[in-house]
Structures are given as structure tokens and as C-alpha cells.
Design a binder for this molecule. Sequence first.
Ligand code: GLA
Length: 402
Amino acid sequence: MNYTHDLNALEKRFGDVFGKGGELRFFDAPGRVNLIGEHIDYCGGRVFPAALTLSNTVVCRKNGTRTVRMFATDLGIISEFSLDDIDAARTLKWGNYQAGVAAELAKLGCRLEGADMLFDSTLPFGSGLSSSASIELVTALALLSLSGNSAEMTEKLDRVQLALAGQRAEHNFCGVNCGIMDQFASAMGKADNAILLDCATLDYSYIPLRLGEYSLVLANTKKKHSLGASKYNERRKEVEEGLKLMHEALPGTEDRKNLCDYSEDDFTAAKRVLDKEPVIRNRTEHVIRENARVSKAAEALRSGDLVKFGTILKKANDSIRYLYEVTGDELDAMFEEAQYFDYCIGSRMTGAGFGGCTVNIIPAACADEFCRELGSRYEQRTGIRPEFYICSIGDGVRELTV
Ligand code: GLA
């Protein structure tokens, strides 16, 4: 896996694809790993992601037209859409995240000009590391910056607004009813910090990821998840059912709009009513207890208790696996095989699930061995060769100065 973007090579490639000359600008937006707080961002819960240094970089230039032309270095194809008919881009094979975000910026009154954009990704697509959010955020900042917007507009569209525009692009253009976590992390990430984000209020704080002698290792099952096709939207409906049952079970709480407005004690008090619908009860239990776990995990990390932090992560994996049921054979295999290594003090799936990655806390000195040995155990069991990334935690979306 290539961890870095070679900006000189990208500049040359840009010239080959779109022609030389003009002022080129470079932008970058990261993917994210979610440490804990899974599938609760859309329930008003607290989540704990961190931006990766794996990212999408864009090289771009205004082209003096009303067309946005895009090239992906890994796919080798050009896609384009007209700023005067962005809706037509819904049928693009590649490029609808970009078009979706342009449509949302236009709705906000942002001025948009045609541009040539070359995208280069070090993020594996469909691996639960938010490559789509990264594309949305890098496109949003690039288009906003290239299009000569007033200082007032640029100020109005701060990073949080760009994250919200990215989320709406997923809802309105790509058919995925996602929460705000991925776009927020890609927008607001800070090197060497995790973000404790309250998704009900968008209040957030940074917590330094002090890992001491440990590293975070991502294990990619190489089983692609497809958010749209997956059961993601189905889970969203189930938690709405859960909220209705909580209202029914605890009269007088109907003004609570989010499942995460309920505590673990509330869940216990409501259990008899929830037992009528075992699947909905399980989804509800995951959401409410996961929200409580996030606070405990953040506290453990803040106080430097990595062993406790890791233990909470493992518990969270059981919950997302057995109660929320979004893991699948490959993620389960990767998690189980990691338990063989005594020095692995924490492990869990990360992201939407149904494939993608696990995140593991491993002594840095053992990381290479872990990747090799876990890789061979996983491959023996599933027949799939996995990939591993030793995480560095990077910054959110930004313009690169070259
Ligand atoms: C996807 C979504 C997020 C979040 C996670 C699960 O990554 O985009 O909003 O719901 O799944 O935690």
C-alpha cells in the first residue's frame, strides 16, 4: 500500500491528462478510523474517530468552462459533469460523490466554476475507512477555493458546514442515509488526536492519542462493503423502531428524539416492552450501551489506561457483532484470529461493517510480526489475502502548499 502522494509525479500526470500550464493547486482530505462508537452517529450518540494520513489528494485548476472534469489515477478514467445540470451526473460510473457535493454547495449559494481535477487516493476504496467522505471533503474545499468566493461565503462555509454538505451529498445524491461521523472526521481531524464528537449537538473535543509503545494497526479483510447495497439503511429504520418502543415503554419521554438520549438504566426499565421485538431490542441495546462505552473508552484513553481502553474495544466488537449484526464472516475471522496474539490488547471492527477493516492495538515492536502472522492465519481461514496499515493520525481537509 502506498502511503504517500508524490506531488511532483501528480503534477506531471495532471499535465499529461489535462494539458500543461496555468496555476495548479493541491488539496488533501483524509479517511478515518473510528476507535469506538459504531452505528450510533445517526442516533445522536458520541463517537470517537481519528483522521488517518491515508487520504485523497486533488491537483486542480480552473478551466474557464462550466464543466468539472475529473480523473482518477487508480482508475485511469475521465468523468465529467456540467455545473448547469449537476443532476445528470447521478448516472456517472465514477464521480457522483464529487457531483453530489457540488450540488450541495450550489444550494448553499456558493459560486462554482468549472475545473479540471486529478484525484489520487492512498485510501483503499470500500474498506470502511471513509474514502467517500474524503472525496467529498477534498472536492468541497477545492471547488470552494477555486471558484473565487467572497470572504464572507468562505467564512460561512467553515469546515463543519463542508462536512454537513458532504453528508447531504450522500443522502441526496448517493442514496446512503449516513450519519455525520465520517465527514466530520475528514473535515476536522487533527494530527495525533482522536475526536470525541457528540453527534446530537456537533460539540467536539480533541483527545491526544497517546499510545506510548503501542501502535494502531488496521487489518483490511479485503471484503468490500457496499454501503448502499448493504443493510445500512435497514439498520437506520430498525433504530427508529427502537426509539418508538422506548417512547412506548417509558411514557413521558416522547420528546426524546434520539435513542442515545436514553441511559442504560432506561434500557433496563424498558426491557419488558422491548422483549416483544427481540431484533429491535438487540439493536437498541447495542446503541444505548455503545454510547455509554464511548465515554468510558475516552476516559480510559485520557488517563493513559490503554489496557482498559483495549478491553472496552473488544466488548464493543461483541456488541456490534451479536446485537447489531453488521460484521460478517471475514470481519469475524479477522477479529478472532487477532485474539491469538496475547499482546493484542484491543481489537474491533471499524466503520459500517459487512467487510472492511479491524483496528488493533499492538506493541509497536511486534507490529510487523503481527501483520505477517495474522495475515497468514486469516488467509488460511478465508482464502483472502488481507492488507495491513500501521496508522498515523493526520490532519483534516486542507490546501497543501508546494
Ligand atoms: C458509515 C457511515 C457513518 C457511520 C458508520 C458506522 O461509515 O458513513 O455515518 O454510521 O458507518 O458507525
